[in-house]
Write a protein that binds this ligand. Structure first.
Ligand SMILES: [Zn+2]
Length: 60
């Protein structure tokens, strides 16, 4: 999925959902499109690190 960096800089990042065979980092998605939850935490390097929980970005 594509997401805008939660820090507010408008950088767009990309997350892969599992299963992913490319060997790149990937995330477990709960299947909820309206209020997604991802595991593990998202680290937008140098910008922001936290969790997407029930559709909300939660800084850690
Ligand atoms: Zn940012």
């Amino acid at each position: 999925m594509l997401y805008a960096c939660p820090c507010g800089c408008r950088t767009v990042g990309r997350l892969r959902f599992r299963p992913d065979v490319s060997g790149n980092p990937s995330w477990e998605w709960d299947g909820n499109r309206d209020a997604p939850t991802l595991n593990p935490s998202v680290n937008h390097v140098g910008h922001w690190h936290g969790w997407l929980r029930n559709g909300e970005w939660v800084s850690c």
